[in-house]
Design a protein around this ligand. Sequence first.
Ligand code: FE
Length: 341
Amino acid sequence: MTFTNFARATGAALALTTLGTAAMAQEVNIYSSRHYDSDDALYSKFTEETGITVNRIEGKADELIARLKAEGENSPADVFITVDIGRMGRAEEAGVLQAVDSDVIENAVPAHLRDPENMWFGVSQRARIIFYAKDRVDNPPRTYEALADEDMKGKICIRSSKNIYNQSLLASIIEANGEEAAKDWAEGIVANMARDPEGGDTDQLRGLVSGECDIAVANHYYFLRGFDSDVDGLTSGIDNIGWVWPNQSDRGAHLNLAAAGMVQGAPNPDAAKTFLEFLTSEFAQQHFANQNNEYPAVPGIGLDEDTARLGFFIADNETMTASFGENAGKAQKIFNEVGWK
Ligand code: FE
C-alpha cells in the first residue's frame, strides 16, 4: 500500500465511523394527521438516505395541536404535518410552530404555497371542485360564484360548514371577492341546497348517483377513489359524473394543501430541517401526492395515471394559501349568519 492509498483508506474508515455514530444518535419525531400505511416507504427512504430515524405519532389534527400545546417545552415533537391549511393556521395561532429558513424549500415550493413567515409549506395539493350528473345537467356551473345563482335552486349537495374543507373554500372566496360578496355567496349556496348538509365528500358524490342532487362539491381525490376501488354507491354510477375545474377564465381552481412545519422548541431541529427539505425531493413529492391522488406542491413533478385522469387545469395561484387560516374566523361568522349547518 502506498502512503496515499493508506491515507485514503484510513480517511474512509474514519468517515464511516463518524457517520455510524451520527446515525445512531439522530432521530426526528413527527406528529402527523396524515396516515397511510404506505408512508412507511417514504420514511424508510429518508432513514436510508440520512441515517436519521423517524418516529411517528398519528392522530386528528386538532387533537395533535392540543397535545402540542399541553406538552409545551417538554414536547418531543419536531415536525407537524396536517392535510388542511385551515388547521395549519390553527397550529400557527396556538404558537406551536417555529419558522424554518431553508433555501431548499424556498427554491422548490412556490411562494403562494408557503407561509409568508416560513412557519409551514405545502407538500401536496388537493382541489375542491364541482361535479355534476351528466344526464341531468347540460350546462354545469363554471365558477364557484355560479353555484349561488338562482337557477341552481334545490340542486346542490355540499357538506356541513363544520368541515374544514368548506371553511377554507369560503376563506378563499373572502380573500378573492371580499367579505360582503362572500356572505351573499354563502347565502345563495344555502338557498340552493338539495338537502341539509350531511356526510362527507364521498356522500355528496353518492348523491349524484342516487339522484338526490344534480351538482356536488367535493375534493377531487374522493371522486378518483371511485375509480381506484369499489366505493359503495359511487363506483356503480361514476360514468354519469362529470367534473368542472372552476374559475378557469379568472383566478383558477381552489386548491388546499397538505403541509408541514417545524414545532416550536423542537428537540432535534437539524434533523427536522433535513426531513422537511426531504419532503420537497422528487421521491417524496411523488410518494406523498400519488398516495392520495393529490397534486405535488413542487412544480414539474410528474403525476400518476389516475390523477392525470382529471386533465389540465389552472390553479388559483393568486390567492395566498395562508389567507385560508387568516380568514377562518370571518368564514365561521358568515356560516353562522347564513345558517349553513
Ligand atoms: Fe379528505
